[in-house]
Design a protein around this ligand. Structure first.
Ligand SMILES: Cc1cc2nc3c(=O)[nH]c(=O)nc-3n(C[C@H](O)[C@H](O)[C@H](O)COP(=O)(O)OP(=O)(O)OC[C@H]3O[C@@H](n4cnc5c(N)ncnc54)[C@H](O)[C@@H]3O)c2cc1C
Length: 470
């Protein structure tokens, strides 16, 4: 490696690559464990100038993320920059609206709110996390530094400085939180028996902003995630605390309804007139934004293991990049942080990284695979089923079951979003529930009798039997 400027060796020199949502949170948690941490981020400081992203402007934060933020002592600060979203509001092609609450009735939520998810700006959250980590004098951020190589044998990193110089840095523990195209993970793919797969969804997305009205107020219901389900594609709108909505069209690239056929803003205008006529007057500058904003792709990755010996660990999208349809990418990355931290808590001192990292992979890899599967399924549910009366009936029956049998029937959405149940257990429970619900929906006169005791008892009996035989 070229010019060597080694960071002075201290006991346990922790290096984090990537100061995104997961890396900056993890740096904070390491500092809280009394570690010295250097964070290297290829982008400029997000607190200076506009954030260059190319990814979603805002994100839905839910219980798994909150749990990690709580552990790091910054949940209250994040709550101050987030907006509660109580349910999804479906917009049918004829303009009819159906609201579906996310949380269960009477279930206690967080922060004194009803059970809900929270919209937060990616840029504001990232800035807050960097600030919180940097408030510790043991944490140092190095922006504009891109990791270009890892020497696993000698525990050295190669970085490109803002002046385009190559520098090397020694580490004791290296945390790859450098996102879906992780350089740290890339190095691990060249170690023995490291599995890696990457796949792109055949659908992409484009975001456009809906500005507030002349008085600065939201133009649509502000406590809802709006969905226009249209079969193979959908439009979504998530409100931001500043009165805007971030609207995202998810669609296949190819085909008559595809993004490839919408290159020209006039084609986009005709598409919106045809498919989302109620939205069009609310985004008067649609064509201007369409011409400027990029179409982005959706990548999924899986790898194994998520660590290398006792010195390298992958977290967040670097370990598990998933599609965004369950709103769990960041949440699961933050859960990586709380789980790893809890594993360290459970160790007698000094921290035993060998055992901890092995336990981390064992706990998190099945969870990462499961949330990818769940997120893929939820895309079909959101774009295809949320407008389907049978699906809405199923949701009503499930809410009734959850109320009648608290703790025994927890809808899949609640398990994923409002619980800490490992994702793989939620996935397995959801598959059983799906089979039972298919039988229930096939019962005669279910439309009239959906909230009868007979239906509830049949469902819970079937659940108990499936658990006995599971
Ligand atoms: C359209 C869309 C909507 C989404 N909505 C949600 C949602 O509602 N809820 C949710 O929970 N999740 C959502 N996600 C997922 C979420 O964005 C990611 O899971 C999350 O950003 C992962 O955080 P991370 O820190 O692991 O990675 P990133 O946010 O990608 O951060 C990685 C950081 O590493 C840096 N980096 C990369 N390479 C290098 C290198 N070689 N050297 C140094 N630094 C490097 C990058 O610049 C970046 O700052 C969404 C994703 C998309 C695409």
């Amino acid at each position: 490696m070229a010019e060597a400027s080694r960071v002075a060796q201290r006991p346990e020199h922790m290096v984090v690559i990537g100061a995104g949502l997961v890396g900056s949170l993890w740096a904070l948690m390491l500092a809280q464990r009394d570690h010295h941490v250097d964070v290297y981020e290829r982008r400029p400081d997000p607190r200076i100038g506009p954030v260059k992203g190319g990814r979603s402007i805002n994100l839905a934060l839910s219980d798994r993320g909150w749990r990690a933020l709580e552990k790091a002592g910054i949940a209250k600060a994040v709550r101050n920059i987030s907006l509660p979203i109580e349910g999804r509001l479906m917009h049918a092609p004829d303009g009819a609206l159906t609201f579906q609450r996310y949380g269960l009735p009477d279930a206690p939520g967080l922060h004194g709110d009803p059970q809900c998810i929270y919209s937060v700006s990616r840029a504001n959250l990232n800035r807050l996390l960097v600030e919180a980590a940097e408030a510790h004098d043991r944490v140092q951020f190095h922006f504009g530094h891109k990791c270009t190589g890892v020497d696993l044998a000698h525990k050295n990193l190669e970085l490109q400085s803002p002046e385009k110089k190559v520098i090397t840095v020694a580490y004791d523990r290296l945390f790859g939180t450098d996102g879906a195209f992780s350089a740290v993970r890339d190095r691990l793919t060249r170690t023995d028996r490291f599995d890696f797969e990457q796949r792109y969804l055949e659908h992409g997305y484009k975001e456009v902003a809906m500005q507030p009205d002349a008085l600065g107020a939201f133009k649509m219901q502000k406590d809802a995630l709006h969905i226009w389900p249209r079969g193979e594609f959908m439009l979504m709108a998530l409100p931001n605390p500043d009165g805007t909505f971030t609207c995202t069209l998810f669609a296949p690239y190819a085909g008559a309804n595809g993004l490839d056929a919408l290159q020209d803003p006039s084609q986009a205008l005709a598409y919106f007139e045809r498919n989302f006529p109620d939205v069009l007057p609310l985004i008067p500058d649609l064509t201007t934004q369409w011409a400027t904003n990029p179409v982005s792709s959706l990548v999924m990755t899986r790898c194994f293991p998520w660590h290398h010996s006792d010195s390298v660990c992958l977290m967040g999208d670097a370990a598990h990049a998933i599609v965004p349809f369950y709103g769990q990418g960041m949440n699961s990355g933050m859960e990586d942080c709380s789980v790893l931290s809890e594993l360290l808590d459970a160790m007698e001192s000094p921290e035993d990284w060998d055992r901890t990292l092995a336990s981390y992979t064992a706990a998190r890899k099945p969870a990462g695979d499961a949330i990818l599967e769940l997120a893929l399924r939820n895309y079909v549910e959101m774009r295809d089923k949320t407008g389907d009366p049978q699906f809405l009936l199923q949701k009503r029956i499930e809410a009734k079951l959850a109320k009648t049998y608290p703790g025994r029937w927890l809808p899949l959405y609640s398990q994923v979003t409002f619980s800490q149940t490992p994702y793989q257990e939620a996935l397995a429970a959801g598959q059983i529930q799906d089979r039972i619900m298919a039988d229930i929906l096939a019962m005669p006169n279910i439309q009239e009798n959906w909230d009868s005791e007979e239906v509830a008892e049949t469902a819970i009996r079937a659940l108990e039997q499936s658990q006995v035989f599971a």
